[in-house]
Each structure stands twice: as structure tokens, then as C-alpha cells.
Design a binder for this molecule. Sequence first.
Ligand code: TXE
Length: 478
Amino acid sequence: MESFGHVIGGEEVASVGGATFESVDPWTRAPWATVALGSAEDARRAIDTARTAFDDGPWPRMSFAERGQLLHRLADLIDAHTDELALADTTDMGKPIAQTTSHDVPRSARNFRFFADHARITPAETFPMPDGHHAYTRYDPAGVVAAIAPWNFPLMMATWKIAPALAWGNTVVLKPAEQSPASATILARLALEAGLPPGVLNVVHGYGPSSVGQALTESPDVDRITFTGESTTGRVISRAAAGNLTPVSLELGGKGANLVFADADLDHAVRWAIQAIYSNSGQVCLAGSRLYVQRGIYDEFLARFTAAAEAMVLGDPKDPATQIGPLSSQEHYEKVAGYLDVATADGARLHTGGRADGWTIRPTVITGAGQRARVTQEEIFGPVVVVLPFDDEADAVSAANDSPYGLNAMVFTRDLARAHRVANALRVGTVWANCFFVRDLRAPFGGAKNSGVGREGGTYSREFFTEPKAVVMEIAAS
Ligand code: TXE
């Protein structure tokens, strides 16, 4: 068994009361690591440490170049420890090793490099005023940031929050999800090795309600809360934060619509549609879990899509050939498997897929579900796609927008005017036209409706993790 502690004030420590929990490998379904189990008291220790590091320590007072140098060093160490970090996430939550190695870990390093550089080179505004004054904006760090991360991209989502927070001079307390704690401790160890001052990046393990998560969101000493997870949890966190008027950034659930028009390049659309729903076993907030196909190509598209889904390689996530691993936990497997029963009980059909061994679900296609069916409206968060036909553009847009979620959508068409029109009409935070998951880290990332509050990325992260200050100065007294 491996062992992972909290990292508070530059040291890896046990919980105050010595409590631990076990992280279960969802492939073997056996515990593989012992993890410190924090309480509200451990959260308070971490917040106090981060507070002192912010109020009295060097970090917020360093130049962007000095901080950037340390964050680049951390990015280099992440790259150098790719195998260890990739294996940690894969063992914790079952994501195929090919994905953690080629995507999640490199992207985590990139998050630090990008935000370090972005903070260093982004200009602030000046406003020359006509009356003998000028105004300019300072982007001062906000203070102590609580980052609450999900289990579906453990290292990648944690670094997406931590990197801009640190680059702008804040100190951080990270609570990783209880299903995927290991990579957070490894990251904090590497941050110390890179030379980040003690107390700047703290990690506390534990649960959400009545535990570390709740303590972080209720603390008056936390200045910003950034959270990714379920929409219901987002509401609970918003309510807790409201007690102290602490600003929150929430990236919540999704039910991405993927619109495939008859004029699309079908091979291309099938390839992306497969990727959009089955990568990470569908445990992706951005998943294209509602696949709307124009009626004229519906049968052909469905046949090609089904063949590609059935060809996917299931198995041990530590095998580099595996494309579909187990779901992240028994609880989550039961939730996703339950939706297969919901689909058939509601009169829909499992066109392909279903349960496999252990906690694995085969790439599943549901047909014959209505627009109002639960499987069409609710976030399943597994390798399960609902395929529905549409007649024309107006029909496609209205079906896509008929959802409580508004995180993202995809449109496949060769008609660029239509791609622009549809992108304009969709009520979501991101539209991908003829692609999926391609990111420019300067662009806003977040969701409309129940998919979130606020945006992160580039200057959007700056707005959230700083306290923008207007300085108005008289130039010449008259
Ligand atoms: O999410 P939670 P869960 C969706 C997906 C999934 C469902 C449940 O549909 O099936 O959520 O997953 C912490 N105060 N997404 O239960 O509970 C918790 O410890 C403070 C979408 O894992 O939202 C963990 O660190 N913190 C998603 C984090 O919140 C609390 C990614 C997420 O857990 C808390 C993951 C509280 N009261 C799941 N309660 C996405 N948008 O990508 C929980 N937490």
C-alpha cells in the first residue's frame, strides 16, 4: 500500500486525529493507498498556514517573473514525473494510462507554463481621462484560494485551478476528490522541490459535507472558492460561500449536444462523436452525451458510429492499449448502470453496449428515447450516448437548447455560415464546430444555466483570482 498525507506549511503530515481512509483501485476493486483523512480542524490548519503565507510571506510580493520561474520549474518537474503522476490518477480512478500519460499530465504542466507566462505578459488597462486625471487598473492577488477538485481529471482539473491562482500571487488550499487523492499529494511534493515557499500550496484530503470541503467553503479566511463537480454540490457551496460573501467560480455538470448535419464529413464526425462520449469512459462534463443526427444520414451515421463504438478496447486501464477502463468507483458504476435500466423502463432501446465485468460499462448507444426522457435530460456521466434524429436547423437548435445544462455543444457541417448561425443560437459556454475538446487556454471556459457560474481561462481567471483595483490620479492640479 502506498501512503499519501496532507501537505501543510511545507510538510507532509497526518491528520490531527490520525484518521486515514483507503483509496480503491476501480480495476482490481481493492484498496491500493492509505490517505490522511482530514477534518474541519485539518482544513483550518491549512487555511491558517495559507493565510500567513499570504499576509506575511514572500509569494504575493514576488515579481511575476520570479513566481513564473518557480512555476516553470514545477511544470518541468511534472513532466519529469509523468509516469508517477499518470499511474496515480489511473490507479485512483481507472482512467486509461494512455490518456493520463499523453494528455492529463502534459496538460497539467502546460497549465502552469501558460498561466505563469500569461500573468507576466498580460497588460493592465490605463484610461486617459479628458479632465486632467487618468485611471489605471491593478490586479492584486485576492488572498487565500480554496480549490475543490473533482475525480474525473484529478491532476488536470486541480492544476487548472491552482496554476492561475498561484501565478496571480494567491496562496492555495486544494481539496482533491476523495476518489482520487494521490496525484494532489505528489503535486504538492513537487511544488516544494521546485522551490515554492512553504504554505503557498497546501493539500488537505477528506470528504465534502461535514468535512474538509464544507470547512473550506464556510471559512471567513478564504477569499475565493473555485469548484468543479455536480450542480447540486455547486448550489450547496454557493449557499455556504454566501455566508461570508466569498466569490465562487463553479464549473458544474453538462449534457453536451452534438449536432451532425447531413452535409458533414461523416468519417470526421463519427471519429469526434466517439471521442466526445467515450473518452474517459464518458466521465467528462463536456461529453457529447446527446447525439442529434439529421434524418437523411441517421441510419448510415448510426451504423458507422455503432461499429466504431463496438471496436473500442476495454480492459485494464494500466494496459497502454486500453481505451475504456472501469468507472471511477462502485457508487458511480451503480449510478451509470442504473441509467441503462431507466432507459429501457422508459421504452428506449440499448442499441449496443451494456454492463461488462467489474465496474466497466461497454460503449453504449441508446436509441428510441424521447427528448424529455430522463436519459436525454439528466447527466449520466458514463459511456452512454442517446442518439436522436432531427429534421432541420431550427429543430436541431431547439433540441440542443432544451436542457437544464449549458456547458458546451458540437456542430458538424461543411456549411460555415450554418456553423456560425448555430453557434450563435446555442445557449452554452463553448461551441466546437467540426472538432471537440480543442482548447485555447486564453478562451473563456465555463457554462450557462445549471452548468456553472463564471468563467476561467486567460483574463477570465485573472478577474476571478485577483481583486481588480482602480487607481484614479490627478495629473495636474489646475
Ligand atoms: O461530485 P461532487 P461526485 C457529476 C457527475 C457525477 C456526479 C457526482 O454527474 O456523477 O457529479 O459526482 C467535494 N462542500 N460530476 O459525487 O459531490 C467532493 O469531496 C464542499 C461532474 O464526485 O460534486 C469533491 O472534491 N465540497 C463533474 C468535489 O466536491 C464538497 C465532475 C466533487 O464532488 C461538498 C465530477 C460540500 N458540501 C462529477 N460536497 C464535472 N463538472 O466535471 C462534495 N464536495
